[in-house]
Design a binder for this molecule. Structure first.
Ligand code: NAD
Length: 390
């Protein structure tokens, strides 16, 4: 159980690029990072609007002279200080991730970057090499995979409680873009333009969360082939998609089905996962993250509750609130940030043995998300055909 006790020697000096007052995801970063005293927010280039960013940053408690106009000024300003920033989170639109990550790594700073990590696998691999060369960590904020019951599912699969996995069924949908984009805000505008979003809209925006969570639960299974059918129901979003279905064949013979959409009008169900094995199935949704459905063939269905002693050790190790009390998205983000802090701490101490077994969403996880997107686009743009996963 996590109770806020420090697991690293001292808080990391932490900064943010993006995630300003109007940003959607910035608070999730701050609530995650600041939960356990493992990060201290010392600087930021929070906003495209420098003045608004400075005002916002000072209200977060950051010194005015460490609220910078942009990431380049942040890197230069912090480099000049003895107590300069050590790790920077990037919570900006997709097209800026690669450039800002590279600049931070070049300057000797660890990075925590939003998904989808970059536009291409080639960019990911280049940055992976750079991070390795510099001895730095790049974490990726797949923020849902800190939920304790996600790790319960992983343990149950590993322990054989489901039998051989046959079916993977995943859905992340909402209806916020069911209407057209006339008068849409910035966050919709950049998401629906390939220059700023990259080669996908909903596949990258929400589908990468599904894909990464399935990798956490099913690390032994690899996709061999996939077929992706994508469509823009609102034509101005083309060539990007506001809806997609992906069929997948795994190397153990399992079949996968994944649905992502931002035009699922009226839907607030968000994410749902069902992993079906030869003996039993588990089903989990982030709408009710405290409960895991465990359905054993020929037995009454069960609901497992987070924090209960009957759960596997790795699920209990990720629990914060204890059974009876609600464990939510903020707790999941806090876990992700904690695990990344522990990785940065170990890397700084040269503790490669710790890093070998320590699990957190790392740059490889970011790369695999982008690889999955590349395969989806290749399939969809060839007319929704089966492609070998490369
Ligand atoms: P947004 O448009 O709501 O906010 C972007 C923020 O970044 C704003 O504060 C903006 O002023 C600032 N910004 C933009 N360009 C900047 C720059 N060059 N330098 C400094 N600040 C800059 O976007 P959002 O919805 O918060 O998404 C940001 C990123 O987070 C995207 O990559 C998105 O895919 C990702 N995201 C992830 C999750 C998750 O669950 N992990 C959730 C939402 C968004």
């Amino acid at each position: 159980m996590i109770n806020g006790e420090r697991t690293i020697a001292r808080p990391l000096r932490w900064g943010m690029v993006g995630g300003g007052r109007t940003g959607q995801v910035g608070y999730k970063h701050r609530t995650g990072a600041q939960r356990d005293g493992t990060y201290q927010l010392v600087c930021g280039a929070f906003d495209l609007d420098a003045e608004r960013g400075r005002d916002f940053g000072t209200r977060l408690g950051v010194a005015g002279d460490r609220c910078y106009a942009d990431y380049k000024a942040l890197i230069a300003g912090e480099k000049a200080r003895e107590d300069g920033v050590e790790v920077v989170s990037i919570a900006t639109p997709n097209f800026t991730h690669y450039e800002i990550t590279k600049a931070c790594l070049e300057a000797g700073l660890n990075v925590i970057c939003e998904k989808p990590l970059f536009f291409t696998v080639a960019e990911c691999e280049e940055v992976e090499r750079l991070a390795a060369e510099k001895g730095l960590i790049v974490g990726v904020t797949y923020g849902f995979t800190g939920h304790p019951l996600v790790h319960q599912m992983a343990a149950m699969v590993r322990n054989g409680m489901l039998g051989e996995i046959r079916i993977v069924d995943m859905q992340y949908t909402h209806g916020f873009n069911a209407g057209d984009d006339v008068g849409a805000g910035e966050a919709v505008k950049w998401r629906t333009n390939p220059k700023t979003a990259g080669p996908t809209f909903v596949l990258g925006d929400i589908g990468t969360h599904l894909y990464y969570l399935s990798e956490v639960v099913l690390p032994h299974m690899k996709v061999e082939k996939l077929l992706c059918d994508r469509k823009a129901f609102i034509p101005t979003r083309a060539p990007l998609e506001d809806h997609a279905t992906v069929l997948m064949h795994y190397d153990n013979g399992a079949r996968g089905r994944l649905w992502v959409s931002s035009v699922n009008a009226g839907n607030m169900g968000s994410q749902r996962y069902r992993f079906v094995g030869s003996k039993a199935s588990v089903e989990w949704s982030d709408s009710h993250p405290d409960q895991l459905f465990y359905d054993v063939q020929d037995e009454p269905n069960r609901i497992l509750h987070h924090g209960m002693p009957y759960l596997e050790e790795e699920s209990l190790a990720a629990d914060r609130m204890g059974a009876l009390h609600t464990e939510g998205l903020g707790d999941s983000w806090a876990n992700i940030y904690l695990w990344i802090a522990q990785a940065i701490d170990a890397k700084t101490r040269g503790d490669e043995a710790f890093l070998k077994t320590h699990h957190y969403p790392d740059i490889k996880a970011g790369t695999e998300g982008v690889r999955w997107l590349e395969n989806c686009v290749r399939s969809a743009d060839a007319g929704a055909v089966w492609v070998d996963f490369k």
